[in-house]
Design a protein around this ligand. Structure first.
Ligand SMILES: [Zn+2]
Length: 199
């Protein structure tokens, strides 16, 4: 933000790939659809290179998308036994933490904003309200740490048996996938390299 001295170009590129997995628990082979979005930003200082900046932004977005599709993976349960692969555990735990952190972060931001406005306008709230705000801020702040500790101790496969045999949307067993390949509807996969990148 500030005085406008040029244009900022933003571009997005979205894409998806099918990731093959050979389950380390039950040996079932399956593939899941992994979707990603790349973002590119470029500046045209003093409007000197608008066209170049636009192209630069979309090239950056494409590059970022390609890197993500090549190097990342998702946490998806096996349609055979319902378990997650060990290489997916970190992602699964992070997702659990982020759910809690999102709520706590919201509380923290709200409290901070309220306190900031009170200070700004030299407003003295009733003592109970002030201590309530402080309490909520501190709790959500330390709650983040507790949530992280908690999430790192969760076992993604504790309830794997409940998911056994369930094929989620965006997941195909190898046989079903190969049928679609034969129809020309999906690109062939290298099942030998199952679960990319190597854990
Ligand atoms: Zn399995």
């Amino acid at each position: 933000m500030g005085i406008p001295i040029g244009n900022t170009y933003t571009a997005t590129a979205s894409g998806s790939v099918w990731r093959p997995v050979r389950c380390e628990h039950c040996d079932v082979s399956f593939a899941y659809l992994m979707k990603r979005e790349g973002i590119g930003v470029a500046d045209s200082l003093l409007w000197s290179r608008n066209e170049a900046a636009g192209e630069e932004a979309s090239a950056m977005a494409q590059e970022s998308l390609a890197v993500q599709l090549e190097s990342q993976w998702d946490a998806r349960p096996c349609p055979g036994c319902g378990a997650y692969q060990s290489s997916m555990t970190y992602l699964w735990r992070k997702a659990r933490f982020m759910n809690v952190a999102f709520v706590l972060g919201g509380v923290l931001a709200l409290c901070s904003a309220t306190l900031f406005v009170m200070i700004l306008f030299d407003f003295h709230p009733p003592r109970a309200a002030a201590s309530g705000l402080r309490w909520a801020s501190l709790t959500s702040f330390f709650g983040m740490g507790v949530a992280w500790y908690w999430s790192q101790r969760l076992d993604p496969n504790a309830d794997a048996a409940k998911r056994a045999g369930r094929v989620e949307p965006g997941v195909l067993r190898k046989e079903a996938y190969e049928e679609r390949v034969a129809e020309g509807a999906l690109p062939p996969l290298s099942w030998e390299r199952a679960h990319l990148p190597p854990a």
